[in-house]
Write a protein that binds this ligand. Structure first.
Ligand code: ATP
Ligand code: SF4
Ligand code: MG
Length: 334
């Protein structure tokens, strides 16, 4: 049984009744102890999927889904308070905009202490030992000058430090599921490596499952067991990370990989992909048929019909003319 099971999730703008959904029938599963990365360009719908799982979609969105469950708990019909308490204990989120998620009126130290586990041993530690434990956690996420940080208010710290504080708060209680939305964006490569090693360790030692959201397919493939590539709100390819990175079946995955090779993963997320013509279409101007059609160098006549997701044991792809198709057959036979 999957720890997280999302089936046919669609998300629409509340007032966009005539437009295509921003997230279109997405299905994802995450096993206990697994790392899955949802990868795609800016605006592809990654954060909306996370918000739907966490019950945090704002009123401007409407969603429908066949199923969203966590540890077999039906999140589609759970009451608000129970959803919130799951989020505090078993699920945690590293938000894409950490500074906006910190309370501007509270010192960073108070917010960190609040996020620490509420178990008996923790409260028995006493204030001094609690602080020591907190400081050790801050060092693990790459904070060097903890003294200045602990006395500061959120507006007095940099965006990078706020990101590290948010990461420390998210992993403090060792959640069973961590959703990490661009957790390393803007970090120096050495800090990025340190953080990914820490998350891998938590995954291996404590079986913490991770749903990583990222525009950097190369980083995601090094870290995750499986990848799901998303374009314009649709999953276009999914499968084992190694297989996808070595033999992509979808032209969009190929373009993402090529831009990584060109070093673009180190560019800000809204940088257009040079391997594809133009940019991602607006949802009120989606092409007929395959959503990648106007940008795809492999497009042919059949592409005016929307390709459905073809599912196999190990790889899923949404393309009439998949690349490396033979590989799919070989992998299934293996
Ligand atoms: N508050 C909002 N109001 C209007 N449109 C929005 C809002 N938030 C997101 N969108 C739109 O929804 C779509 C999906 O957005 P989402 O934030 O999920 O993308 P993303 O893949 O997380 O992108 P990024 O990598 O930039 O974070 C985009 O087209 C975006 O413009
Ligand atoms: S279906 Fe056609 S346009 Fe779409 S990705 Fe495949 S080849 Fe390109
Ligand atoms: Mg996002």
């Amino acid at each position: 049984m999957s720890l997280l099971d999302i089936r046919n999730l669609s998300i629409y703008g509340r007032n966009d009744t005539d437009e295509a959904p921003l997230v279109d029938r997405i299905s994802l599963t995450l096993a206990d102890g697994e790392i899955l990365a949802l990868v795609g360009e800016s605006g592809s719908g990654k954060s909306l999927v996370a918000q739907a799982v966490l019950g945090m979609l704002s009123d401007e969105w409407v969603m429908n889904a066949e199923r969203i469950s966590f540890d077999n708990i039906d999140l589609l019909h759970i009451d608000h308070d129970s959803h919130r308490s799951l989020l505090g204990e078993d699920m945690a989120m590293i938000f894409q905009d950490p500074a906006a998620c910190l309370d501007p009126m509270m010192r960073v130290s108070e917010q960190l202490l609040e996020s620490m586990p509420k178990t008996t041993p923790w409260w028995q530690l006493g204030r001094r030992k609690q602080l020591q434990s907190l400081i050790s956690m801050l060092h693990q996420v790459g904070v060097r000058d903890h003294e200045r940080l602990l006395t500061a208010y959120p507006h007095e710290i940099s965006a990078g430090l706020a990101q590290k504080v948010m990461i420390a708060m998210a992993i403090a209680r060792r959640p069973r599921l961590l959703i990490a939305d661009e957790p390393t964006i803007g970090m120096e490569p050495s800090t990025q490596g340190q953080l990914l090693r820490l998350l891998s360790k938590l995954n291996q030692l404590h079986k913490m499952s991770i749903l990583l959201l990222s525009h950097d397919i190369n980083m995601a493939a090094r870290f995750a067991d499986r990848l799901a590539v998303i374009y314009c709100g649709q999953v276009v390819e999914a499968g084992p990370a190694d297989a996808i990175i070595n033999q992509p079946m979808h032209p969009y995955t190929e373009a993402l990989l090529a831009s990584t090779a060109a070093g673009l993963c180190r560019q800000p997320p809204k940088t257009p992909l040079p391997e594809l013509r133009g940019g991602m279409p607006r949802r009120d101007h989606l092409p007929i048929g395959c959503r990648l059609g106007p940008r795809c160098g492999y497009a042919r006549k059949a592409c005016v019909t929307m390709p459905e997701l073809t599912r196999s044991k190990v790889r899923d792809y949404r393309c009439h003319y998949p690349l490396n198709q033979r590989i799919d057959v070989d992998e299934e036979d293996a």
